[in-house]
Ligand binder design. Structure first.
Ligand code: NAD
Length: 275
């Protein structure tokens, strides 16, 4: 992976290199980004040693030192830690003025900028857990100070672990949370339910689980690769008066669309409450 608009790779500090941050830089390194330009920080020495061994990245306990060497700072700590972590970083951030990127749910650009001393370019990112296996979906919002080069760098970083969608209003990240941020759990729940239905119909638990998982995977792959939209793919597997049509009618009669809409809304309302 290269930064499209600059010949020299940028140094990127990941403050709080847990599951999400390490998924992102792991994907970047796999896509060719030099590990020597990545700095990871965490609280425990064991975590840092494991990251060094697995990815060959630079590590430190000292967040401010990492920031002082970085062009981009990715904040990967839990939302409840963010205020304290940012305040401790203010002098280093103000001295260097790196691009600030946050993956924390519910923390606004305005809060981040204020906690870090103001006058900064900030990107907020809502990734999801399939980034861990390279099939993530991230929604991003950039404040006006973010340059085209910085946007291109973020595109490069996150397309290493999935797809990237920019939104033009920060509030739309709540909708992104309702669709893709929380979305993997909706599909896990559907797989669980289909597995349970298979057991109810007489299959062994293992067979029901394998069939349910592979069916979800196959349907997602078809939806992803096909030239047809999902509704058309669904119509094509529903022969008139056939088995699938009977099942799909059962979902429609039980208002599946409404059930899904209410769940996504609930997630986005919760995201708004956290902001
Ligand atoms: P995690 O617990 O795996 O990672 C957090 C890391 O921060 C840990 O390694 C911890 O050691 C480190 N840390 C804590 N305090 C620190 C400090 N003062 N200095 C340096 N490091 C410190 O959590 P995660 O699941 O990777 O989530 C991280 C962020 O990603 C959260 O803000 C969350 O909202 C966001 N996020 C997660 C998901 C998800 O599905 N996991 C999805 C979207 C967004």
């Amino acid at each position: 992976m290269t930064c499209q608009t600059s010949s020299a790779p940028r140094t990127i500090a990941f403050i709080g290199a847990g599951n999400m941050a390490s998924a992102i830089f792991g994907g970047m390194i796999e896509a060719g980004y030099p590990a020597s330009h990545i700095i990871a920080t965490a609280r425990s020495r064991e975590t840092l040693d494991a990251l060094e061994q697995r990815y060959g990245v630079n590590t430190t306990h000292d967040n401010a030192d990492a920031v002082s060497r970085a062009d981009v700072v990715v904040l990967g700590v839990k939302p409840q830690m963010m205020h304290d972590v940012c305040q401790a970083l203010t002098p280093a951030v103000q001295a260097k003025k790196p691009l600030i990127v946050s993956v924390a749910a519910g923390i606004t650009c305005e809060s981040l900028e204020r906690w870090l001393g103001g006058d900064l370019a900030v990107i907020r990112c809502m990734p999801n857990t399939p980034s861990l296996v390279g099939v993530g979906a991230s929604g991003l919002f950039a404040t006006p100070q973010v340059t085209d080069e910085q946007r291109a760098l973020m595109d490069d970083m996150l397309t290493a672990v999935g797809i990237v969608e920019w939104v033009e209003e920060e509030g739309l990240l709540e909708a992104v949370t309702g669709v893709s941020g929380s979305g993997p759990a909706y599909f896990f729940l559907f797989i669980e339910s289909l597995e349970a239905a298979g057991i109810e119909l007489g299959l062994s638990a293992e067979t029901a689980r394998r069939l349910a998982i592979q069916t979800a995977r196959g349907a997602a792959e078809m939806a992803f690769t096909s030239e047809h939209e999902p509704a058309e793919l669904r119509r094509r597997v529903c022969s008139p008066n056939g088995t699938t049509e009977r099942a799909v009618n059962s979902f429609e009669n039980d208002d599946l669309r409404d059930i899904v809409a209410r769940a996504a809304k609930a997630s986005s309302v919760r995201a708004a409450e956290m902001a």
